[in-house]
Design a protein. Structure first.
Lengths: 306, 318
């Protein structure tokens, strides 16, 4: 444990460079910027209910934060974890220590998790604060002509609600029930960071020469394409499990729930099972990475003067 | 250690695809200090990587300290390795780097830092250990590499070209550090293509070329292998030209030159194809012709000559 924490602290210090901190800020700011853009430039369709808009914003926030931000964060740190050590020839110093490679891989994994999760959680927290509105309830009861009956809470109005007499097309509402959405997003961010970091560590270890390229290609082809493919194959993706948790942990509009979309993009298994799937995959990915670094010979001919 | 041998290599071959790194290598070495000699590309680093478990032999078995070195944590605790390449983190300080590597041996943070500082002082880096490694000269980085290999007090040290980049003063200092370390009863394998670096540490060596072991043992033992090989000999003699003539008549020398010394006296420098034959006949020849000989010595009794001669034998040039 001492060795693992030593690697963790050392690697955490190493990534605190201006360049890496800049990327951390970019990853954290991404969901906030997207939410601001959506609030200011998207017009909700006429007749959309507060529940519909809330569901849309929640799904959008899930896609930009625990999905894109977390993926990007994990990708930047986890994918080159092994390749960078090999490229700068620092690998051997660590490999000749007792369980050195075990500690190296797990230490870098923990750094990737902390880095990706922290950026996403900060991003989600700010984004929810920016996009959140008080539950309109009575405050934004709609008239037959889709205008607001009355506003009892100025704060709700100021933060995205509609003024009395305004129509749904005049302003874009934000997220209702920010507590529920915020908690769900933080939980998903942590699970996403753990799962994707393990996935990228494994891919980066197996294919260290083109780690970043391969991880990006895998993410696009498997997680973002097959993950949304309405077939059995999508059950093998991290996205599928995270998405199921999203729909389990947040409230969606009746229209959305009755549309049948959920049958194709999420599982009907319990949330516990989804977490179990993610934890199991994380363990399998890390185990493959650890076996790989212990079985393979990373010292190449060019490094050995032959 | 269950074996009496420090290192046991049994028909070890290492292939990189179709390229041979080490070729049917056999050796049994008892604890001590050994030099691994060979030109660039001879397979020294491959052999070192096999010995520290970073490479797996394509054929044969490697045992070091009585154990298989591959993925062996107990073994890793006992060895130190100073690689030929640098591979140091540029933004990290020398002290932080050595401290981290000590912590990977299970040493807690504070004692690791103290031990790292002591070790860096040993290699003359006290004043610079808190600077980022990027600001170090090549010689300083060599010292850092040496410090990290010794910091956890291993019993066996593997050094790959450890003096590369060091100035003469640095070489002397590091040689002294290593000699002290050997004096404590520790073992050492040092790979180099510069012979005098090894001669300063040990007279036991393995000479390799093309991935093969050409010779092993002390310099004198290997010299015996060269009994009938070409050699240069210097003879300080009162009648150099007559001596030269006699040697040529008996076909004991293939070339002879006479040099006048600045303080008087002459030296006959001769080259022979059969050194052993010359050494056995020379005393009788001197006595019978009444030469006054004040000194006879091999002109090239350094390891460099030995090395060159063995390489020529290996290449079939002799």
């Amino acid at each position: 444990m001492n060795s693992l924490m030593a690697i963790f602290r050392f690697e955490l210090n190493r990534i605190l460079t201006p360049g890496r901190v800049f990327w951390w800020v970019v990853v954290a700011a991404f969901p906030v910027v997207i939410m601001l853009l959506m609030m200011n430039y998207l017009q909700p369709p006429r007749g959309a209910t507060q529940e519909n808009i809330n569901t849309f914003f929640t799904i959008a926030l899930y896609f930009v934060a625990p999905t894109v931000s977390c993926m990007l964060g994990a990708l930047l740190i986890a994918a080159p974890a092994v390749a960078s050590e090999l490229e700068q020839h620092s690998w051997t110093y660590l490999a000749v220590r007792p369980n050195g490679l075990f500690h190296l891989v797990l230490g870098k994994y923990l750094v990737a998790v902390v880095w990706a999760a922290s950026a996403t959680i900060v991003g989600v927290t700010v984004a929810v604060a920016v996009a959140g509105i008080e539950d309109p309830g009575d405050a934004q009861e709609l008239n037959q002509d889709d205008t607001v009956v009355a506003a009892t809470d100025d704060r709700a109005v100021r933060r995205g609600g509609r003024f009395p007499g305004e129509t749904a097309t005049d302003v874009v509402p934000g997220i209702v029930a920010t507590g529920e959405v915020g908690r769900a997003m933080v939980g998903l961010a942590i699970l996403s960071a753990c799962s994707y970091s393990a996935l990228y560590i494994m891919l980066g270890t197996l294919f260290h020469r083109r780690a970043m390229v391969l991880c990006v290609a895998y993410t696009a082809a498997v997680e973002l394409f097959l993950g949304f493919f309405p077939a059995v194959i999508n059950r093998l993706t991290i996205q599928y499990r995270l998405r199921t948790l999203l729909f389990d942990w947040t409230t969606q509009s009746d229209e959305f729930r009755n549309s049948g979309v959920l049958d194709f993009v999420s599982s009907d298994e319990s949330a516990f099972m989804q977490v179990l799937w993610l934890v199991s995959w994380t363990a399998v990915f890390l185990a493959i990475a650890l076996v790989s670094v212990h079985v393979r010979e990373f010292t190449s001919a060019s490094e050995t003067d032959v | 250690m269950t074996s009496e041998y420090l290192i046991e290599l049994d028909h070890v071959t290492k292939l990189y695809g179709t390229v041979i790194g080490v070729n049917d290598f056999n050796a049994q070495l008892k604890p001590g200090a050994y030099g691994l000699l060979g030109p660039n590309g001879a397979g020294k680093s491959t052999l070192l990587n096999l010995l520290i478990g970073q490479l797996v032999p394509t054929r044969g078995t490697v045992r070091v300290l009585g154990q298989s070195p591959r993925n062996n944590s107990a073994f890793m605790k006992k060895i130190g390795f100073c690689p030929g390449f640098e591979g140091l983190y540029a933004t990290t300080t020398g002290l932080d780097w050595v401290t981290l590597l000590l912590q990977l041996h299970g040493v807690r943070s504070r004692p690791a830092r103290a031990r790292a500082a002591d070790c860096l002082a040993l290699v003359g880096m006290s004043n610079d250990m808190n600077r980022p490694i990027a600001t170090y000269s090549r010689g300083m980085r060599q010292r850092i590499k040496l410090a990290q290999s010794m910091a956890h007090e291993p019993t066996l040290l593997f050094l790959d070209e450890p003096f590369s980049g060091l100035d003469p003063v640095g070489r002397t200092e590091m040689t002294n550090v290593l000699n002290d370390w050997i004096g404590l009863g520790n073992s050492l394998i040092i790979a180099s293509h510069v012979l005098h670096e090894i001669e300063a540490l040990t007279d036991s060596f393995l000479l390799i070329c093309g991935g093969r072991l050409l010779a092993s043992g002390t310099a004198s033992e290997v010299n015996e292998l060269l009994f009938d090989s070409p050699s240069e000999i210097e003879v300080d003699c009162s009648e150099p030209y007559r001596l030269a003539s006699v040697l040529m008549d008996r076909e004991l020398a293939v070339s002879i030159s006479v040099e006048q010394k600045s303080h008087g006296g002459d030296t006959v420098r001769l080259r022979t194809l059969r050194a052993g034959q010359l050494w056995s006949q020379l005393p009788d020849l001197i006595t019978r012709n009444g030469f006054t000989v004040t000194r006879v010595r091999s002109a090239d009794d350094s390891l460099q000559t030995l090395f060159n001669s063995l390489l020529k034998i290996h290449r079939g040039e002799i």
